[in-house]
Write a protein that binds this ligand. Structure first.
Ligand SMILES: [Zn+2]
Length: 372
């Protein structure tokens, strides 16, 4: 999976016996949606570069980044690893794009749970990567069992429209679900298959004792006003003594449509807007050759370090040689964020569980970076 120009470059360098040691830097000039970027995909980069004659410094996965932040620096003999650029960027660009979008959607939900339902729109081979990135970015769970197992979470999901069509009735489907899975999985009734959401919600609440929530998945083809439908369902449930039955909304949601629903929704299922999110356009560029700073036009030469204040989030990009930068606000020493993850081909990165990476990601804020 390599662009042929890297293979041809390698052949030229080998046949002409040119073997130069370089430092290369990964960064992006922009983040989709002008959002804080969420750096993800390092797990697969470590697998890719393991055993090569390189040393790698990287932001920890889940780190927030801004345009022009160095997110990774690779040192080694160019012709030894140049043919890995295509897959290396591919791992980072797509995973970080999904995590970045998940963070935007999670922020739009103002603290309410967001579950990733978008695997069905994507090639199954990359489904675990999509789910992992969505989870690290902020999603609270995923629908695919294999991905959930990989993440150490419980998969989320109850009843598709198909089961209700087969059983010819929403409450029959919910009842069977409750009978078979009740107690171990929250029972959520899907209430828009045949009848009006309000009446199907009340019927389910009446008949299913352990009902946790109703799910509204009304497609836009019915031209429904989702906010008004959800408010009406909430009103009727409350009026009939079912205030503890929650409202779960899914179906074509994104960061634009979610905020107006927050006053009534308790949780969201979000699909394509996360799984099909735009990629982060990282590039990998030479910034040093045989110890001498160099770079193509439009790019600052020399390796760079990203310093971040762990108290206030203040950021500075500084030359690799700079050992210490003080926070202009707190006057304390800022942390070097690019840390060594591969030493001469050996992975030395800390082994972190997805949940730990997600918590780390969600606990950060981003301030505008400045170059010193
Ligand atoms: Zn500070």
């Amino acid at each position: 999976m390599t662009d042929v120009y890297f293979e041809r470059t390698k052949e030229i360098l080998e046949r002409k016996d040119i073997d130069k040691r370089v430092k290369m830097e990964i960064r992006t000039k922009s983040v989709p949606g002008d959002a804080p970027g969420v750096f993800t995909g390092l797990d697969e980069v470590l697998d890719l570069l393991k055993g090569t004659d390189t040393s790698v410094w990287s932001l920890p996965e889940g780190s927030l980044f801004a345009p022009y932040d160095p997110v990774m620096t690779i040192e080694g003999y160019y012709r030894e690893f140049s043919t890995l650029e295509t897959p290396l960027l591919g791992f980072l660009c797509q995973a970080s794009g999904i995590a970045t979008k998940a963070r935007v959607v999670k922020d739009a939900a103002a603290g309410k749970p967001v579950f990733h339902f978008g695997s069905r729109r994507m090639h199954p081979a990359i489904s675990p990567m999509i789910g992992r990135s969505a989870y690290i970015g902020g999603c609270d769970g995923v629908a695919v069992s294999k991905t959930a197992k990989m993440l150490g979470t419980d998969p989320v999901g109850t009843i598709p429209h198909a089961l209700i069509l087969l059983l010819e009735d929403s409450t029959t489907a919910t009842g069977m679900f409750e009978e078979i899975f009740g107690g171990s999985v929250d029972t959520v009734a899907l209430v828009d298959t045949f009848g009006d959401e309000k009446f199907e919600a009340l019927e389910n609440a009446d008949l299913i004792e352990g009902l946790n929530a109703v799910r509204l998945d009304t497609p836009s083809s019915r031209r429904g006003d989702m906010l008004q439908i959800a408010k009406e369902v909430r009103w009727e449930l409350d009026l009939h003594g079912f205030a503890d039955v929650k409202i779960f909304i899914s179906g074509g949601l994104d960061e634009e449509s979610i905020p107006s629903l927050n006053e009534v929704a308790d949780a969201y299922g979000v699909g394509t807007s996360i799984s099909n999110s735009p990629v982060v356009d990282y590039s990998l560029d030479i910034v040093e050759i045989d110890g001498e700073p160099t770079a193509k036009r439009g790019k600052c030469s020399g390796a760079k370090q990203l310093f971040v204040c762990d108290s206030c989030g203040e950021r500075r990009i500084a030359s690799w040689e700079v050992e210490e930068v003080s926070c202009p606000r707190c006057e304390k020493s800022m942390d070097k964020k690019l840390v060594k993850v591969i030493e001469e081909g050996e992975v030395i990165a800390a082994d972190r569980e997805p949940k730990e990476i997600r918590d780390y990601s969600l606990n950060q804020t981003l301030t505008t970076p400045k170059t010193t």
